[in-house]
Design a protein around this ligand. Sequence first.
Ligand code: SF4
Length: 398
Amino acid sequence: MAETAPRGERLNIGLFGRRNVGKSSLLNALCAQQISIVSDTAGTTTDAVSKIYELIPVGPVTFFDTAGIDDTGKIGKLRIAATRKIINKVDIALLITDENGIGEHENDLMKTFNDLKVPFILVFNKSDLIGKLPGKEPACPFISVCAATGNNIEALKQLIKDTVPEHLKNAPALVRDLIREGQTIVCVAPIDSSAPKGRLILPQVQVIRDILDANAYAYVVQNDQDFLKILPNLKTPPALVITDSQLIRQVNAVVPPEIALTTFSTLFARYKGDLKLLYEGAAELMKLNGNDRVLIAEACSHHAQDDDIARVKIPSLIRKKLGEDIHFEWSAGSDFPADLQKFKVVIHCGGCMLSRLETLRRLNECARNRVPVTNFGMALSAMQGVLNRVVQPFGLSK
Ligand code: SF4
């Protein structure tokens, strides 16, 4: 159900609007339960409340109920800033208004949604009070509902489904389009000190599941030496080897050239983002020199270990290969710098916790600022001289 779908696979839906237009009541009506505190007092939702839910007929979603966009005072301004950050996360926005119709705040939010290309639905709540729509009919998708009575809530769910962007409906496959039923695929998943205790990491789990969904067979080994041990046992050679990028140099050395080889990061570059853009970014990375500035961006915050890939491994490798004076800056979580122009290259994490749209928004920001962008794994492949091999299964190598 919704709770078991990875965060990045759920549709993010935000509820935005002034205080007291009924955002929290609407969330409760959509989920048919009491999630958000509902009160007639304006400003009851002070920080964004998120709720994971299986929204039939849409599928697994995360709802974000946000603070009123017309909040006041010092704290109010901070809440508005937090609400604006949520806009960057969502795939679809519900802009809720009431009998007061569309005013300055609604127009301001609609402009932001349009600028960020966030599809939105204008929801006139309190239809029992409104009677007919206040003002003229809007040009965007809209609906009149009553959260208190449940009137038209099912129609709103259907409208949400109809508003899901095409590129999310037709997201690229993870791996199954590269393989056929009955083929054997070998995954190289190192279990080292950076691996989480007792489980595989999410990208590995998702790839293995996609292989099984294709009715192919997944062999999982820990490293290049284990690969060499199992190879003679396979009746037919594997159709594809997928390795953790941190072992790409070693695995590349033992996988015969006639067997296709790629990395989990390359698969995710296509699945979550834009493989061609990230491939070109990795090629640009190799041109770094002098005092060039590099941004290393991670989509979530975590405690950095001694051999942390973002803080230690990638910077050391780049400095060793391309220049000791290359300068690094880091961003984590929902913070993604606005002044991207100062960077020569952005290296982003795989974004396993981001939705495809959140990832694409970040990549588009880099492209808009004309800053090449790649991901951690593709950067490692480029620096080990195997970038062209890992993109070959996608018909991209030069
Ligand atoms: S930093 Fe990026 S790749 Fe790592 S867990 Fe977070 S979202 Fe996933």
